[in-house]
Design a protein around this ligand. Structure first.
Ligand code: PHE
Length: 455
């Protein structure tokens, strides 16, 4: 088995692939609007704290489960417990959750393709905030085009996954991740020259503690998990491709730092634009699609070429960032179908495409023909996002830390974390990380999980 398994080729490849999974719509699309809905800078502060104290330990725990078991996310718990029925059952979660997320994630990928097309057609040269909001809302309500673009987006990512871990995923992330960073830096530097930039920066970094509420923490932790791809088996799966000689702490911290940095850069790129366009920061999921076109158009009055280029680069950035994340979601199920049922990669990927493609169609239609179907004011798309981000991934993360903290032997955890004592830094850090995994993370996740239902 071990000999047949593919893996990542180097430490850089590990970090780039993991950061590719982490950096995505969560950073560019979700972070700014969730921060906008939950108090701006106080949310950012809670988010950074949550990442360092809770998400990073959970990340390490997932990598440990993956690398120790050397198998797909579904079987990893079972392999490590010698087939205990409860943990065998838990294994279904990391197959189900990524499928759920992949379905609606790809819909937003489709929206980004449409906006790239519009940018290429120079549609944002002359528009008002109302007009760009209208472009967005009327587009997502259309029955066909968003569905077709969602399927196209999914197929692109599925194709890369079908090419394998090294030739597909690793190669793609190695090229795209550095490009992403360059692009987001360029866009945020530009954004900082806009008229509303001071307000935007203050909104992100100057906390107004009167806006702090228990909800701020709940959403900050949910966002941090989502952004680091935790609680859905993606990191367990990628962890299982990490070679024995790599340092788990470096890979994990490297990913967390890149992800935080990217979220901040995305915030700096987007918030000034939101204020310059006079859009409510709590406008919800359409935030970036509504604020940015207006900015591009404003800029277009003085510098049409620069504006067109910025618009094209921005939507291109979103597409690439979303692709590397969707790829990791597809890989979770693929690894499982290949290893569990002996399917070929293309066959496994095709099944997943069929499942998520169809579920995604429902999510897409929930902004148009199916908008009447709601539960507690949430349409199908919102239900997918809410149940995955606010419920299931917290539950799964809780199970992972309980597993590493209470079910696995401490000796084994230490052995995996320190590579049998080979890494001195990790040996010194072990007690702290173990404490965070075993006590801090479960308590924090449990509190937030419960708070979701009572606040
Ligand atoms: N972390 C990704 C993002 O920030 C989303 C994602 C979640 C990807 C889970 C893979 C697994 O967009």
């Amino acid at each position: 088995m071990e000999a047949r398994r593919e893996g990542f080729g180097s430490r850089t490849a590990v970090i780039l692939a993991m950061a590719g999974s982490a950096i995505g719509l969560g950073n560019i699309w979700r972070f700014p609007y969730v921060a906008g809905e939950h108090g701006g800078a106080v949310f950012v502060l809670a988010y950074v704290l949550a990442t360092v104290l809770v998400s990073l330990p959970v990340f390490v725990a997932e990598v440990i489960v993956g690398r120790r078991s050397r198998t797909n996310a579904k079987d990893s718990f079972s392999v490590l417990t010698g087939g205990k029925p409860f943990w065998k059952a838990v294994g279904f979660l990391p197959v189900f959750i990524p499928l759920l997320i992949a379905s609606y994630y790809s819909v937003i990928g489709g929206w980004s393709i449409e906006f790239l097309i519009q940018a290429l057609k120079l549609a944002f040269i002359n528009t008002t905030p109302e007009a760009s909001t209208e472009i967005f809302t009327s587009f997502i309500a259309r029955p066909w085009l968003p569905v077709v673009l969602h399927l196209l987006f999914f197929l692109l990512c599925a194709f890369i996954v079908s090419r394998g871990v090294k030739n597909g995923i690793e190669r793609f992330s190695k090229i795209t991740l550095p490009v992403l960073f360059v692009l987001i830096v360029l866009i945020s530097v530009y954004s900082l020259t806009l008229p509303g930039s001071k307000e935007g920066v203050a909104y992100l970094f100057k906390p107004d503690f009167s806006k702090l509420s228990p909800k701020t923490f709940a959403y900050a932790l949910g966002q941090s998990f989502y952004s680091l791809s935790l609680g859905m088996g993606a990191i367990i799966t990628y962890g299982s491709y990490i070679r024995r000689e790599e340092n788990i702490m470096i890979s994990s911290a490297g990913t967390a730092v890149s992800d935080l940095l990217f979220a901040m850069l995305a915030g700096l790129a987007i918030m000034p634009a939101v204020f310059a366009a006079d859009i409510e920061p709590g406008a919800g999921p359409g935030l970036i699609f509504q604020s940015l076109p207006y900015i591009f158009s404003k800029m277009g009055i003085q510098a049409p070429v620069l504006s067109a280029v910025a618009a094209i680069l921005f939507f291109f950035t979103i597409i690439i960032a979303a692709m590397t994340s969707l790829i990791s979601l597809i890989e979770v199920g693929t690894a499982c179908f290949v290893e569990k049922f002996g399917l070929s990669r293309p066959a496994a990927v095709s099944i997943i495409t069929l499942l998520c493609g169809s579920a995604g169609v429902l999510c897409s239609l929930s902004f148009g023909p199916l908008s009447g179907i709601t539960v507690a004011d949430k349409n199908i798309f919102d239900i997918f996002d809410w149940s995955a981000s606010n419920v299931l991934l917290l539950l799964m993360s809780l199970l992972v830390v309980i597993f590493v903290g209470f079910v696995m032997k401490k000796r084994d955890v230490r052995d995996e974390f320190t590579n049998g004592g080979a890494f001195g830094g990790n040996v010194r850090m072990f007690d702290l990380i173990y404490f965070l995994i075993k006590w801090v993370a479960p308590v924090a996740v449990l509190l937030i999980f419960i708070s979701n239902f009572i606040i």
